[in-house]
Design a protein around this ligand. Structure first.
Ligand SMILES: *[C@@H]1O[C@H](CO)[C@@H](O)[C@H](O)[C@H]1NC(C)=O
Ligand SMILES: *[C@@H]1O[C@H](CO)[C@@H](O)[C@H](O)[C@H]1NC(C)=O
Ligand SMILES: *[C@@H]1O[C@H](CO)[C@@H](O)[C@H](O)[C@H]1NC(C)=O
Ligand SMILES: *[C@@H]1O[C@H](CO)[C@@H](O)[C@H](O)[C@H]1NC(C)=O
Length: 393
């Protein structure tokens, strides 16, 4: 009986996620036509297994912060019990938008495949705010098509399962499906595909291209850097002061990972001011937008956190155009100062074959570039970069 109730709660949570995820898809821009998909992906990945006790309450999370931030903290690899080749099928929610009939569509057969960060869902690319913040509107107005989807951790998968490895495999699988002409509205098989990432989504995009240098035609990494000395994983945790998501909003997230197992593998920043410190930089944002991001945030899996920063930073064999663009004040990837570390020789050495490579510290913005007042300027840099370096399709 208990198990059935728990399962009902999980299903209810899943249903809520699905509704809230599709509700954020706007059709306000007459220049675009969008379609929502639920896509089954079957993947094999070498997953890391969480090796510490599961969280039962927020005191456990508080202690975890103490452990991770200690002067002589154990190496993060000791937090894993091992790894395991795993086969799994997941249902992923995604949206495809293309230029509407009769609208400028000079790049419509170039599909951008956008992967968002932890703490967000796919609405990061198209928030329910005015046009100034919609990357989707911007690129579709430039004639491109775009596919954007929810990371695994947005669904009801355990927070002790969702992690980098399985999400790289999911992204790779989605790319293959899109290249085969599935989930691409009326355009069929695209001529070109471009990976666009933000934060953790950039980690996934970077690794997917690291695994296969001919996967896509161009790479756009935002809210990211490849200089490990400037990553701020401890600062992230100390500033987020994360709480167990299921306890913070029981009606919205109560079923997330706790109903059947009391595992509590999903965390979320303590409040809007933590969000502001992590993701924004004054004065280039509106406080109402910070409140909007707090209201629409998506909890992150503890294993997503633990696998975000320990990826291999080996030089890519990728030869396509590559743009690395982060907010000047990115707290998470540059310790609040990206100037000089996105366009230096050490960074260029990670993209030796990219033609061209461009590293840009985007003035004024913090980590969540798309939510800043100057987001349009960043969208413009991205679309100009693609326009200058890929043929129209
Ligand atoms: C639609 O495209 C036209 C130009 O073709 C542009 O002027 C207009 O602002 C666009 N609408 C929106 C909502 O982006
Ligand atoms: C996707 O998987 C779910 C769960 O296994 C299943 O119920 C559904 O029919 C599948 N959808 C498609 C299109 O195969
Ligand atoms: C995963 O699937 C592949 C074939 O699709 C199979 O060879 C392999 O044994 C499976 N691995 C596990 C752990 O089930
Ligand atoms: C790399 O990706 C391309 C494009 O999807 C594909 O054709 C090729 O088979 C992939 N290579 C490997 C080794 O998987």
């Amino acid at each position: 009986m208990k198990a059935r109730i728990a399962q009902a709660a999980l299903l209810a949570a899943g249903a809520f996620q699905a509704v809230s995820a599709s509700a954020v898809v706007r059709q306000l821009n007459p220049n675009r036509t969008c379609e929502n998909y639920r896509i089954n992906v079957t993947i094999t990945s070498d997953n890391l297994e969480y090796g510490l006790p599961y969280f039962e309450d927020n005191f456990d999370v508080a202690d975890f912060i103490d452990v991770v931030s200690a002067r002589n903290a154990p190496d993060i690899t000791t937090f894993f019990a091992g790894d395991d080749d795993t086969n799994a099928t997941y249902t992923i929610a995604g949206t495809f938008c293309q230029p509407a009939r009769g609208r400028p569509d000079r790049n419509k057969n170039t599909v951008l495949i956008a992967t968002h960060d932890t703490n967000f869902d796919r609405s990061y690319w198209d928030p329910l705010l005015d046009d100034r913040y919609s990357f989707v509107d911007f690129v579709v107005n430039k004639g491109y098509s775009i596919f954007y989807y929810d990371r695994l951790g947005v669904g009801d998968v355990s927070g002790y399962v969702a992690q980098r490895a399985n999400q790289v495999a999911i992204l790779t699988q989605l790319v293959t499906m899109i290249q085969a002409g599935r989930y691409t509205g009326t355009i069929g098989r695209p001529d070109q595909t471009v990976l666009v990432g933000h934060g953790f989504g950039s980690v996934l995009s970077f690794e997917a291209v690291g695994n296969n240098a001919t996967l896509v035609d161009a790479l756009v990494l935002t809210g990211f850097s490849v200089n490990a000395a400037d990553f701020n994983p401890i600062g992230f945790l100390e500033t987020a002061e994360p709480r167990i998501a299921a306890f913070q909003r029981p009606f919205e997230w109560g079923g997330l990972d706790t109903a059947s197992t009391c595992e509590a593998g999903y965390l979320t920043p303590v409040d809007v001011y933590a969000e502001a410190a992590l993701y924004f930089k004054a004065p280039d944002y509106e406080e109402c937008v910070a409140f909007y991001t707090e209201r629409t945030k998506a909890p992150f899996a503890i294993l997503e956190y633990l696998t975000t920063f320990n990826f291999d930073i080996d030089p890519l064999d990728f030869a396509g155009p590559t743009l690395l663009l982060s907010g000047e004040y990115d707290f998470i990837w540059c310790m609040s100062d990206c100037d000089g570390i996105l366009d230096d020789d050490a960074t260029a050495d990670i993209f030796p074959d990219a033609t061209p490579f461009q590293g840009t510290s985007y003035a004024g913005a913090g980590h969540a570039i798309n939510y800043h007042l100057n987001a349009l300027g960043a969208f413009n840099i991205i679309s100009n970069f693609l326009g200058n370096n890929l043929p129209p399709t």
